[in-house]
Design a protein around this ligand. Structure first.
Ligand code: R5P
Length: 275
């Protein structure tokens, strides 16, 4: 018999099953709501894809070309990316708090380009990451590097604290100069990151065997950009990476060092000066 209250008859639709939609990202169905929600701020729910704009380079190399003025070089680009990969200094000093896209924050650091880069430590407290509403933290992992174990421990410590706050960890596979960037090596490095808890992994594209790297990684892989290339080459590399299993890209220099973009900046900022 129907029940009645102040709003009329209640309808419970007993013949309509509750939704049991699985979460859309690879390997992510068992995470808590907060972690899934943050991942959905980085990856588009419809496609499972992301375009991340990386400009965290200053954390070890200072004001590199294209990042001399984050406010002028990067802020105008921010609305065009799904997520920004940056440092907490850049976020607090430069990114308007009205920004509502994804935020992936650099959480390891220490050595500058003048030293051994693999000797990193955790450089961000997860409580501060939560205070800034970040959607993931990123940590460099130097598989095969002199400080391999220390960098893996940096990651696992962040994964543990990330679970306490519902903040995912991006494991970034850093390839030392002495190592060969091939499918065997990147398959090893990405798999170690995923098995030890990273919720997504960033690695380089390979002409040979990239699809084996993405298939062997149980969580989403995003492609790192690397050095500036001609625009068509960079776009072709990104297209192939996605065709071969990447969930998206996390690119820096191929965007902010673009000659076309750099050429439009003086005009753009001239307009701002005139305002
Ligand atoms: C590298 O250590 C940083 O995490 C960069 O954010 C990353 O390598 C992506 O930048 P790019 O596309 O310039 O290589």
């Amino acid at each position: 018999m129907p029940e009645a209250d102040d709003h009329g008859e209640k309808s419970f639709f007993p013949d309509v099953p509750a939704s049991r939609e699985p979460f859309f990202l690879k390997g992510a169905c068992a995470y808590d709501w907060g972690m899934q929600n943050r991942l959905a701020r980085i990856f588009q729910a419809g496609s499972g894809r992301t375009v991340m704009l990386a400009f965290d380079h200053g954390y070890f190399q200072g004001p590199t070309s294209g990042l001399e003025r984050l406010d002028l070089n990067i802020v105008p680009l921010a609305p065009h990316a799904d997520a920004l990969m940056l440092t907490r200094g850049a976020l607090r000093s430069t990114i308007p708090p009205t920004y509502i896209g994804g935020i992936v924050m650099r959480a390891s650091g220490g050595p500058s380009i003048l030293k051994d880069l693999s000797n990193e430590r955790v450089a961000l407290d997860m409580e501060d990451a939560a205070r800034m509403n970040v959607h993931a933290v990123a940590v460099q992992v130097f598989v095969g590097g002199e400080h391999e174990t220390q960098s893996v421990e940096n990651m696992t410590r962040l994964v543990d604290s990330g679970y306490r706050y519902g903040i995912p960890v991006l494991g970034v596979t850093a390839v030392g100069r002495e190592l060969t960037r091939d499918a065997r090596y990147l398959g090893l490095a990405t798999r170690i990151c995923a098995e030890l808890g990273a919720q997504f992994v960033k690695t380089y594209y390979l002409e040979e065997g990239f699809e084996r790297v993405t298939a062997g990684c149980p969580v989403p892989v995003v492609m790192a950009g690397g050095k500036k290339q001609p625009v068509l080459d960079a776009l072709t590399m990104a297209y192939r990476a996605v065709q071969e299993g990447a969930a998206g890209v996390d690119m820096g220099r191929n965007i902010f060092q673009s000659a076309k973009l750099r050429a439009t900046q003086p005009e753009f900022h001239q307009l701002r000066r005139a305002e």
